[in-house]
Design a protein around this ligand. Structure first.
Ligand code: MGD
Ligand code: MGD
Ligand code: SF4
Ligand code: MO
Length: 756
């Protein structure tokens, strides 16, 4: 585990000017810890955890060193315009005015020639939050449905599927629960620290912990039951649990009778997966599965917190629905200690409302890329939920986790690359390292090289930024005021002021959309000049301004209300929990969950890989330019079992090349006894900011990015959502010989991470 620096290393010289505490919400990952930034002379000199005793443990190494990243010389602080050919690495500093004028003109040309759907936008959760829906608003008014995000492989797609079953994305009540089930999810001391702490606190007061993980993970070590399942078989495992719960009548009959539809059909489907079959598929002993299912169902209350593991498999839709089904069958929905459906915060203007989805015409919505083949999280997939959502939650559009109403990313890249089914010729990427975060890099590269206009809003020259026409300098979470609404999920609202001014000409994504809208004839729909003006508008129902709110309250959350469905019903077409999905049926998919096997290992590809296990010091593809963090993890590492290393003639610490049918990636071998035989771990998000920029090298992304080995073959894709399978891909490993290893960019790296 990563060591956090001792307090004295960060000590502040008391003789200098006064230090002011600024209460902030950390956005160096997506879990939003309240932290304190210590500011002196307009600079953040230290970041520490909140003073509140209940929040004191909630900080990780990425939060502690965030300001080092924002002050790093790699930070882009002025708009840059490409002057050589695309990807040549030649840039010229320009003014914001010139950049925005030119972007608006070029975008107008694309729209005039190909239609507004020829603009695609990629973004991260945080940037959608910071823009307060302005990006979606801009696109909806312009007429483009082609919005994509990394959350298609994270909580975004989960939120969309949860809505199909019971109308909202539930929030687990860690504080009161008696049992926690982790489908692979493995929060650590430096990965989603608050969730790690909540799990530990729950265990300390007696809650049970059940972990499914092929690897003996940190949480598996601490679990009451660990189910070491084969990668990618989570849906089958959930069927095993269902069978036990149904056979042994451990379900909440009253809830099932009154509040669900399709129980009998589900029962029949579950019977196709008897425990012996599930044991054979998952590789876990049937008795152990039974024990875990009983523990879950017999707990007074239980939660299955959201997990990205089931967001990133070819059975994602089914696995997520089965988790929803388990919650419903055990009566754990909207009850204390269970999972709460919280709805919109009634006191603020929601981001969904600001996004103006109703302004996009049905004709343009129908053009959303991927909606015909993989519709689950597109407008088409969500359409049947509009009326029920308005009935229960008061508004037709609920863009939870910013992941509902997305275009399909892979379909979008194909349209960008090949013009099929129509050309997409302008691409804007905001705080999203698209090249490396949406699988697969080779296709995305072709997509990027075929654009008339690429704009990237960033902190550093990521591989994505390296292919742009314009790189625009983004502000950071220390440098902007924030109103945080948990990505539309929990009805909690928090606000913070900025700690310091942004360096150079860094600006927020909101300002970008506002200023672009003004140049594209959409200015009247963006009447708020600054973020603070937007927040004033959003808070107006509370009768306070942003300034007053930030000075007095910081948080606003309505008191939880349980079993709201008893008065409103669920926000689904039937008003009940749809175990049998009318929505999927109307989209011509199997209305019941199922399990599908991915093509397995073969003579050429005898091992299996998964992408995941977050590296403590980095968030996703970021932070590798920060020496203080990089020294904690200088290079990408695989994990593998000693027997697999031996068979391939590989020793601890050697560079290996891992190959799938799609491509190759390199990493150093780490032999670990927590890995099962036959499975190899590939870390997500590696590139080497210190190495050569430009399309030939992409700062090492061609060699080290996990997006090189992901597959966009339908055989490895979730049918309903069209997202790629990252948990169980056949592969082989080869030792990288010394001669070829010296050609690697990586050995030039010195141990401080600063590069040679
Ligand atoms: N191949 C593969 N793809 C994946 C995953 C995987 O494991 N493998 N994981 C998926 C998951 S779980 C997630 S959540 C998504 C994450 O997807 P994203 O959240 O989009 O994460 P990144 O792709 O790392 O891009 C974040 C970028 O934002 C920049 N940035 C950070 N803060 C700011 C800011 O304030 N302003 C601006 N303008 N830029 C900023 C950083 O420098 C970084 O380059 O990716 C998904 N994609
Ligand atoms: N330091 C740090 N923390 C982070 C992030 C980061 O980038 N860096 N990213 C944040 C984000 S956006 C996310 S989504 C979360 C992700 O964090 P987690 O949900 O914890 O996901 P991972 O760390 O990818 O993998 C967790 C476990 O899944 C297991 N696993 C692999 N394949 C399977 C499978 O098929 N089934 C099951 N059941 N288990 C499997 C792995 O062995 C591993 O122990 O982390 C968050 N926290
Ligand atoms: S876990 Fe770390 S990076 Fe994430 S919000 Fe908390 S302090 Fe920031
Ligand atoms: Mo994520």
């Amino acid at each position: 585990m990563t060591e956090v620096p001792a307090e004295n290393e960060l000590a502040v010289d008391a003789l200098e000017s006064p230090v002011v505490d600024k209460h902030m919400i950390c956005a160096s990952c997506d879990i939003a810890c309240p932290v304190v930034a210590k500011v002196r002379d307009g600079r953040v000199i230290r970041i520490r955890s909140s003073y509140k005793p209940s929040l004191r443990e909630n900080i990780c190494v990425k939060g502690i060193y965030a300001h080092k990243g924002f002050e790093n010389p790699a930070r882009i602080t002025h708009p840059l315009k490409r002057v050589g050919e695309r990807g040549s690495g030649k840039w010229q500093q320009v003014t914001w005015e010139d950049a925005l004028d030119d972007i608006a003109q070029r975008l107008t040309r694309v729209v005039d020639r190909y239609g507004p759907e020829a603009l695609a936008v990629a973004t991260s959760e945080w940037n959608t939050s910071v823009d307060n829906g302005a990006g979606r608003r801009f696109m909806n008014l312009l007429g483009s449905p082609n919005w994509i995000s990394g959350v298609a492989l994270c909580a975004g797609n989960t939120a969309a599927i949860n809505r199909m079953v019971y109308g909202w994305f539930p929030n687990p009540d860690f504080g009161k629960t008696d049992c926690i089930v982790l489908f692979g999810h493995n929060p650590k001391k430096h990965s989603w620290t608050p969730v790690y702490n909540k799990i530990r606190k729950a265990q300390a007061r007696g809650a049970k912990l059940i972990v499914m993980d092929p690897r003996r993970s940190e949480n598996a070590e601490l679990a009451d039951v660990w189910l070491p399942l084969r990668a990618g078989t989570d849906a089958a495992m959930a069927f095993g649990w269902l069978n036990v719960i149904i056979e042994e009548e451990l379900y909440d009959r009253a809830f099932v009778d009154t509040w669900t539809v399709g129980f009998d059909a589900l029962k029949q489907r579950a019977a196709e997966y008897p425990l012996e079959r599930v044991a054979a598929i998952t590789g876990v002993d049937a008795q152990l599965i039974r024990q875990a299912a009983r523990m879950y169902a017999q707990a007074k209350s239980a939660i299955i917190p959201w997990t990205p593991i089931t967001d990133q498999q070819l059975n994602s839709t089914s696995a997520i629905r089965l988790q929803c089904t388990l919650r419903a069958l055990t009566g754990n929905i909207d009850v204390p200690g269970g999972e709460l459906l919280q709805g919109f915060n009634p006191d603020i203007v929601s981001q969904s409302e600001l996004e103006l989805h109703e302004s996009l015409s049905d004709t343009q919505k129908a053009k959303q890329l991927g909606a015909d083949t993989h519709p689950a999280f597109t407008y088409r997939g969500m359409a049947a939920l509009g009326e029920p959502t308005a009935r229960v939650w008061g508004r037709e559009y609920a863009n939870l986790m910013t992941g509902c109403y997305m275009a399909n990313p892979l379909a979008t890249f194909k349209a960008m690359a090949d013009g099929v089914p129509y050309p997409v010729k302008a691409f804007i990427s905001l705080g999203n390292n698209t090249m490396m975060g949406l699988a697969n890099l080779q296709t995305i590269y072709r997509a990027m090289m075929n654009q008339d206009l690429i704009v990237v809003h960033e902190h550093v020259k990521t591989p994505t930024a390296q292919l742009a026409d314009y790189i625009l300098p983004g502000d950071s979470w220390l440098e902007r005021p924030l109103m945080y609404e948990a990505f539309g999920w929990t009805a909690t609202v928090a606000v913070t002021d900025k700690a310091i001014e942004p360096p150079g000409e860094c600006r927020s994504v909101y300002t970008f959309w506002h200023d672009l809208a003004a140049r594209m004839g959409l200015g009247a729909s963006f009447p708020w000049a600054t973020l603070e003006d937007v927040y004033d508008y959003r808070l107006r129902k509370l009768g306070v301004s942003f300034r007053e709110f930030v000075a007095t309250r910081q948080f606003h959350a309505p008191a939880p209300q349980y079993r709201k469905y008893e008065t409103t019903g669920f926000a689904t077409p039937s008003g009940k929990v749809e175990l049998y999905s009318s929505v999927l049926e109307s989209l011509n998919f199997d209305p019941l969950p199922y399990y599908r096997e991915a093509p397995g290992s073969s003579a050429s590809f005898p091992l299996m890989l998964f992408m995941g296990v977050r590296d403590d010091p980095f968030f996703q593809t970021g932070q590798r330019h920060i020496p203080e963090l990089r020294r904690l993890c200088p290079e990408p590492k695989t994990y593998l079992h000693a027997d697999d290393a031996r068979s391939a003639g590989i020793e601890e610490g050697e560079w290996i090349e891992l190959e799938t049918a799609s491509g190759k990636v390199r990493a150093r071998a780490e032999i670990r006894d927590d890995m099962p035989r036959g499975l190899v771990r590939i870390p997500h998000g590696w590139w080497l900011p210190e190495s050569q920029e430009g399309k030939e090298n992409l700062s090492g992304a061609w060699v080290f990015s996990d997006a090189m080995v992901t597959s966009d073959d339908e055989a490895y894709m979730d049918r309903e959502q069209g997202i790629p399978h990252l948990k169980g891909l056949p592969c082989r490993i080869l030792k990288v010989d010394k001669a070829s290893a010296t050609k690697l960019v990586v050995p030039q790296l010195n141990r401080t991470g600063a590069g040679a």
